[in-house]
Design a protein around this ligand. Structure first.
Ligand code: ATP
Ligand code: MG
Length: 442
């Protein structure tokens, strides 16, 4: 991608309306623009990261036999009346009236719609278990939308739902999703802590939140720091025993959100030097409901003995658009964003230092042509001064920059800069290809 043609408009100064670093940087790097309070347009650079995070999450779900569907954003109100949540949800629900005066709503979540769906399809014990997910825009009319896409009104959520024969099987689905979430956040390079949570308006018996610790986070939470030593990232999700054991091992360490915090338990269960009270960002939330929704929708199955039984269900949400901001919150400095490789919008940033110098321009064009099919390259070919190019590339935060200037070329060298350390390195021209290969591999 050539910056001269791209839709990229960076801002030099921090916008007044932004308080969090992630919000400032998303606006400054030209990733998002506000359309109206709590509603955003995603620009090419922002959308690229959003899609990368979305795909990483999608792929690991599909790989683990959790199948993708796509439910609509607009829902009928009658299913919400059935579950009793039409009134309970309150003002956060955006209601819409169609031309026939039917009440519709923009979905804040999908428990009703999916339970209604499966109640018609799942009939026998042989049809269970089923795990389904979708990634879809949600709308919640938050009282105070703030911090950019961190707490907005329209946001992208990945929500999965499990349907099982009974408590025991449903508990395994819960544990499987628990460990899957730990894996996902680990793949995103985030140190996320699972905590015991209140199940809130979604309701249910068992619930955990996944919190990324940051000094500016909105969620107050408590944990025993030994939880950070638990490694559950390589567990095979089909190994029932191991999955349950790893979950219970994590749950045996004290951690809670402010709603469920028990000060006395915190002091009995943990040693004083391990007690952490901190702030963070809720990036995921999982719930086991039991038969709450299947009762409302008469979602049942026939057992092998011919008996009729209610399905047990759970739901599992990740804030995909919030994660874009959360990753930035965890990875930035005074110059801009520092993308972890796996979600960076581009693999390489290519800077032609002197646009008016034919040697460095020709070399940059050739380099771009050669590598653009192999790597995702963002090439700053604009006719602007070098200082702006350096600042913008640092702001955008691509992990590796390749800097082309005449002086180095005359010595058969090219410069690379690692965004996370700021380290500059001269690489001889005949080594650059293998250097990039090695760099992108790991
Ligand atoms: P919060 O406590 O932050 O208001 P929630 O508990 O209401 O969130 P859930 O119903 O658990 O949210 O939704 C699942 C996930 O969706 C959350 O963990 C969060 O990452 C994301 N999410 C929820 N509300 C918003 C929002 N207003 N803006 C962006 N992401 C959100
Ligand atoms: Mg929540």
């Amino acid at each position: 991608m050539k910056l001269s043609k791209y839709y990229s408009f960076t801002l030099r100064e921090d916008p007044n309306e932004a308080y969090l670093n992630s919000h400032k940087l998303m606006l400054r790097a030209g990733m998002i623009r506000q359309a109206t309070s709590g509603i955003y347009t995603w620009l090419p650079l922002g959308l690229k990261v959003l899609n990368k995070i979305k795909d990483l999450i999608r792929n690991i779900h599909i790989k683990n036999e959790i199948y993708e569907i796509l439910m609509p954003t607009i829902q009928p109100s009658d299913i919400w009346k059935k579950s009793g949540r039409f009134n309970d949800y309150g003002k956060e629900m955006l209601k819409i009236f169609d031309r026939n005066d039917n009440t519709l709503l923009y979905g804040p979540t999908n428990e009703e719609m999916i339970t209604d769906l499966v109640s018609n399809d799942l009939k026998s014990y042989k049809d269970l278990p089923k795990l389904l997910f979708h990634t879809q825009w949600k709308f919640r009319d938050e009282i105070r939308p703030r911090f950019g896409v961190m707490r907005c009104r329209e946001f992208l959520m990945k929500d999965a739902y499990s349907f099982d024969l009974d408590y025991e099987n449903s508990y395994f689905s819960y544990c499987k999703m628990f460990i899957l979430y730990m894996k996902i956040f680990n793949l995103l390079g985030l140190n996320v802590i699972p905590v015991k949570a209140d199940s809130g308006p979604i309701g249910g018996a068992l619930s955990h939140e996944f919190i990324l610790e940051t000094s500016n986070g909105e969620t107050l939470f408590f944990y025993d720091k030994t939880i950070l030593d638990k490694d559950c990232y390589n567990i095979n999700l089909n190994d029932k025993e191991l999955v349950i054991k790893a979950t219970e091992d994590l749950l045996s360490v004290y951690s809670s959100s402010s709603e469920t915090h028990d000060e006395a338990l915190f002091k009995s269960k943990t040693s004083p030097q391990n007690q952490i009270c901190s702030k963070g960002i809720e990036v995921g939330h999982i719930f086991y409901f039991g038969t709450k929704y299947s009762e409302a929708f008469d979602a049942n199955y026939i057992t092998s003995n011919g008996e009729k039984k209610l399905i047990h269900s759970g739901s599992y949400g990740i804030g995909v658009s919030r994660l874009v901001a959360a990753v930035i919150e965890a990875n930035n400095d005074d110059k801009g964003i520092i993308w972890p490789k796996q979600v960076s919008p581009y693999d390489l940033g290519l800077i032609n230092v002197r646009f008016d110098n034919s040697k460095s321009k020709d070399f940059s064009e050739e380099f771009y042509k050669k590598f653009t099919n192999k790597y995702e390259v963002i090439y700053d070919d604009r006719e602007v001064r070098a200082g702006k190019k350096f600042n913008d590339m640092d702001l955008i935060g691509v992990p590796l920059q390749v800097i082309v200037g005449e002086k180095n070329l005359l010595n058969s060298n090219i410069e690379v800069k690692h965004r996370n350390t700021g380290k500059l390195q001269l690489i001889s021209l005949d080594k650059i290809e293998s250097y990039l290969e090695k760099y992108c591999e790991c």
